[in-house]
Design a protein around this ligand. Structure first.
Ligand SMILES: C[S@@+](CC[C@H](N)C(=O)[O-])C[C@H]1O[C@@H](n2cnc3c(N)ncnc32)[C@H](O)[C@@H]1O
Length: 364
């Protein structure tokens, strides 16, 4: 597939959305990490040629421009490493970045590596480990065409470091298409880091199979990162092309990624479809998300219990599809009026429907 595309290719709408998620997350991640660390690192493991056929930015350019245009004054350095295995694309990328370079501030460093992501990353992390150096906070973007160059072991190598995170494009359509071919069995064992995927072969119903494959990968990521969230990209035929999985050990990181994903899909379904986009159907979906599942989940978990507002907020980030902004005014306010929740430590000055830090709630 990759060769037949040539050095550069057309940008699909869902790729632009992928870039949108990446940029929004990167913009949130950079100041948080750079505040406390002299160096932060961004690795684009499958960097591509840097540009699409109508001149749109490739992922390396999206990130470098986001770093350049960031309002936050970063004192330390941002090191960006772009790995690309195809010689022509690598050369193209270097040319694009050389042009951009003059506009970049001195604290933004970049290099292009010609080679394989897996080999380069493993070598780099091993070297850091043997030198017993501290790994700088690192965001790794893994965006292959297929499924054979992203062994789970490599992802584990990244995620076992507390401040390292991955955004990985799990190529569902290709994974599913070749799943029953015996000759790929070892590739799949490597990709998933487990043989559990073999049980999926018995599932013939498409939705069931999609969920099973998604959930195995999610479960695997959760063996090595505290928090994982996914976003589904559908193609022109409205079937799943890939899942973007984000894995992190940081609750703040998870919150920021969910915010980025909600911005790209404000219905909260964590999906984007080229099919619906092309037909203008996306604007027909309500911009007001359905918050009823959040209310139900809260009651399910906390009815009859007391909980501090901060713990409830963290739980919403970690255990639901929703964000803290969905909690107080839209859910807790009406619940208080309906006497489904009460504040145990309200001061005489407290206004109903406000839930400041330190508030202790009882769900009735
Ligand atoms: C989906 S494209 C990347 C697109 C790019 N991330 C973007 O969003 O603009 C995948 C790229 O990975 C390159 N590639 C394929 N196998 C690779 C490997 N093992 N290591 C590094 N790059 C690889 C391909 O040549 C191709 O340019």
């Amino acid at each position: 597939m990759s060769k037949s595309l040539g050095t550069i290719w057309n940008l699909d709408p869902h790729t632009a959305k992928k870039h949108d998620i990446l940029r929004r997350y990167f913009e949130a991640w950079l100041p948080i990490m750079a505040r406390w660390n002299g160096r932060v690192v961004y690795i684009d493991g499958f960097a591509g040629p840097g540009r699409y056929s109508a001149g749109e930015d490739g992922s390396p350019v999206v990130v470098l421009k986001a770093a350049r245009d960031h309002a936050y004054p970063i004192r330390g350095e941002l090191v960006c490493i772009f790995v690309e295995d195809d010689f022509e694309r690598c050369k193209h990328l270097k040319g694009v970045l050389d042009e951009l370079s003059a506009t970049l501030p001195a604290h933004v460093k970049w290099s292009v590596v010609h080679g394989k992501f897996d080999e380069h990353l493993t070598k780099t992390f091993k070297l850091i480990e043997t030198q017993k150096e501290n790994i700088a906070p690192t965001l790794v973007f893994i965006d292959p065409f297929g499924f054979s160059h992203t062994p789970f072991q490599t992802i584990r190598t990244v995620l076992k470091n507390d401040r390292c995170e991955v955004l990985v494009n799990f190529m569902y359509e290709e994974v599913n298409r070749f799943l029953s071919l015996e000759k790929h069995a070892e590739d799949y064992d490597e990709l998933f880091g487990t043989t559990e995927w073999r049980a999926v072969l018995g599932l013939s119903e498409a939705a069931e199979r999609r969920k099973a494959i998604h959930d195995i990968y999610l479960k695997q990521l959760k063996t090595t990162a505290k928090y994982v969230h996914s976003f589904e990209m559908l193609n022109k035929g409205n079937s799943t092309d890939y899942f973007l999985f984000f894995a992190t050990n940081s609750l703040k990181g998870l919150e920021k990624m969910k915010e980025a994903m909600w911005k790209v899909d404000d219905t909260g379904s964590f999906q984007f479809s080229d099919h619906s986009d092309a037909r203008g159907l996306l604007s027909l979906f309500s911009a007001h998300p359905n918050l009823a599942p959040l209310r139900d989940a809260i009651l399910n978990r906390f009815q009859g219990k007391d909980v501090a507002i901060e713990d409830l907020r963290d739980w919403v980030i970690a255990e639901t599809e929703f964000l803290p902004k969905h909690l107080k005014v839209p859910i807790l306010g009406p619940m208080e009026l309906a006497r489904e929740v009460s504040v145990l430590n309200a001061s005489p000055k407290r206004r109903k429907g406000t839930f400041s830090d330190g508030t202790l709630l009882r769900f009735l």
